[in-house]
Design a protein around this ligand. Structure first.
Ligand code: FEO
Length: 173
């Protein structure tokens, strides 16, 4: 894209730009997936779990916005790709959170591939930008795994599931 101040064309590595755009899409997809999970919890009257998932979905849209602004700051045009329809039905809260954990592990792999691509392109700014996501993924995986563990301990106990529902309903951000 043309830099209007200097007239110099600043190029972000094309493969890296494509990957950044795809990651923006995957973050939106993550939000979409978590909204779908929230809707399953709402339909099953587990309002605390639903609340937790809605907060998670909002966080993913914030992640997508970070990619949007970064691509824009690099004076490139953001491309909005089609968003895949997420899964919409689960057999238990445990299955939902197992899927959440598996999804976050996939996102971590994607972020790591982006870091590798930034390194290959010798793009220090993108490498630096991605470090926030590297740290965020550690937290994302840990949060999801902690809930998976608790749900495994809960087994089929409705009272423990309801206690967890209440606890997750207090998530603030
Ligand atoms: Fe944006 Fe949950 O990773």
């Amino acid at each position: 894209m043309l830099n209007m101040n200097t007239g110099v064309i600043i190029m972000l590595d094309r493969k890296l730009l494509k990957m950044l755009n795809e990651q923006l899409n995957r973050e939106i997809y993550s939000g979409y997936l978590y909204w779908s999970m929230a809707s399953w919890f709402d339909a099953n009257n587990l309002k605390g779990f639903a609340h937790w998932m809605k907060k998670q979905a909002e966080e993913e849209i914030d992640h997508a916005k970070k990619f949007y602004e970064y691509i824009n700051d690099r004076r490139e045009k953001v491309e909005m790709l089609p968003v895949e329809a997420p899964k919409s039905s689960w057999s238990s809260p445990l299955e939902v959170f197992e899927d959440t954990f598996a999804h976050e592990q996939k996102v971590t792999e994607m972020i790591n591939s982006l870091v590798d691509a930034a390194r290959e392109a010798n793009d220090h700014a993108t490498f630096e930008f991605l470090q926030w996501f590297v740290k965020e993924q550690v937290e994302e995986e840990a949060n999801a795994e902690e809930i998976v563990q608790k749900l495994r301990f809960a087994g089929d106990s409705p009272s423990v599931i309801l206690m967890l529902d209440q606890a997750l309903g207090s998530r603030e951000d």
